[in-house]
Design a protein around this ligand. Sequence first.
Ligand code: ZN
Length: 189
Amino acid sequence: MGLRNVLKHGDKALLRISREVTDFDARLHSLLDDLKETNDYNEGMGLAAPQVGILRRAIVVTDISGAEDVTIELVNPEIISYSDETEEEVEGCLSVPDVWAMVKRPKYVKVKAQDRSGKPFELDVSDNFLARAVQHEIDHLNGQLFTKLAGKYLSEKEIEEVMFARERELSKRRKEAKAAAGSRRVRSW
Ligand code: ZN
């Protein structure tokens, strides 16, 4: 199918609880492919199936910790442990455009999930950006938007500053990666 339309807040589907995936078939595979394509197209940090109107427990998240972005697919994901350490960071959402707010979350998580063929695996998410994305997308599966957890909302000027700082941090992280040089990396969840 390809690119799918991302539902925006106000759409009731975003507030519903998604059902477990039981069939690891071609239909699931095309959903996961489309989630990745739609997430990449929108420069997202992740995307959950309910955001494209499919109420099934499947998400993709973008791991930006390496030299190249890697998309991780998580089917029926479940967080099995949270770090005691928390972090308050800026968060946005592809379903809530142009809104950014501070959200406090555990800094790291351990998640169990299945891959597209149904094989179970566990993931120790020790990258704080990825851990945030995983938590944000799983919230979508439970019908919860990040605005429910939001602390302070950012003004336009603050958004610009934050984007600048984040861009700087990200390019520092991957200074050895040629792709990082000068590219603007503003991803939203
Ligand atoms: Zn979101």
